[in-house]
Design a binder for this molecule. Structure first.
Ligand SMILES: NC(=O)c1ccc[n+]([C@@H]2O[C@H](COP(=O)([O-])OP(=O)(O)OC[C@H]3O[C@@H](n4cnc5c(N)ncnc54)[C@H](O)[C@@H]3O)[C@@H](O)[C@H]2O)c1
Length: 230
């Protein structure tokens, strides 16, 4: 069994890690440095008030969580904002990570179902790019079809499988399958190409772009929230 202990440098947390480690693998975390004698303890230092850090602690191999990190002994009353962030928000983030860990997903179409795909980054780029194209170059038509590569539901699952916390089960819904079977499987826009619009090259690139944009967004969000909380 692999156990996560937060607040592992604290009074109770450090004793708990020592008590657990002869029998279990332990992931010990705290914002303060920790030193444990057992090779079964992995220690990771970080601030649990950062949602990205808190959520990343609950990986699919974690069986049990003992959440002891907190602002105690009047600390939360003295710094109310920080108290909320550590004692309330971080607890909620951990619970949410536990809820999502290992949850299975149902894909309502067959694995071979294909659809035209493009990354979110390409789409937002396309809006700015379109706004900068001179009217004479666009001529009369102002609509722009973008190129969407053909990706199957199975290929999408394969592209995220290694990092997924749950599994995907394919359970086609006849109504949805009919709609998806009738939709375009890919689009190729020569006009978009000529006018310099970028399109995605493969599903791996789409996933990688999404992940880096999400990480950037969460980093900015945490920074802003901490700046606001002083
Ligand atoms: N010790 C007691 O007598 C007692 C009694 C009743 C309840 N409790 C509860 O048990 C829990 C643990 O208590 P304790 O006595 O071990 O407290 P502690 O203060 O010794 O340990 C708390 C740990 O949380 C860590 N922490 C605080 N903010 C953090 C953050 N943002 N990110 C990462 N780590 C952070 C601290 O560094 C500290 O090591 C608390 O919830 C406390 O309220 C303790």
């Amino acid at each position: 069994m692999r156990i996560l202990v937060t607040g592992a440098a604290g009074y109770i947390g450090s004793a708990l890690v020592d008590a657990l480690s002869p029998k279990h693998d332990v992931l010990a975390t705290d914002q303060a440095a920790m030193a444990f004698g057992s090779s079964r303890v992995e220690a990771t230092v970080g601030n649990i008030a950062y949602p990205q850090f808190a959520r990343a602690l609950v990986t699919p191999d974690i069986d049990t969580v003992f959440h002891l990190a907190s602002l105690v002994s009047g600390g939360a009353e003295q710094n109310f904002e920080l108290g909320n962030k550590v004692n309330l928000d971080a607890t909620r983030d951990l619970l949410e990570a536990c809820r999502l860990a290992g949850r299975d997903y149902v894909c309502p179409v067959r694995p071979d179902t294909r659809m035209a795909c493009i990354s979110l980054g390409c789409v937002t780029e396309a809006f700015s790019h379109a706004a900068g194209i001179p009217a004479e170059q666009l001529k009369a038509s102002r609509t722009m079809l973008l190129t969407g590569i053909s990706v199957s539901a199975q290929q999408m699952w394969d592209a995220v499988r290694a990092r997924a916390k749950g599994r995907v089960r394919f359970d086609p819904d006849p109504g949805l399958q009919k709609i998806m079977d009738a939709a375009p499987k890919s689009t190729h826009s020569r006009r978009a190409e000529q006018l310099g619009f970028r399109h995605s090259r493969n599903i791996e690139e789409i996933v990688a772009e999404y992940e880096s944009e999400k990480a950037e967004h969460e980093k900015n969000h945490s920074d802003t929230s901490f700046a606001r909380h002083g």
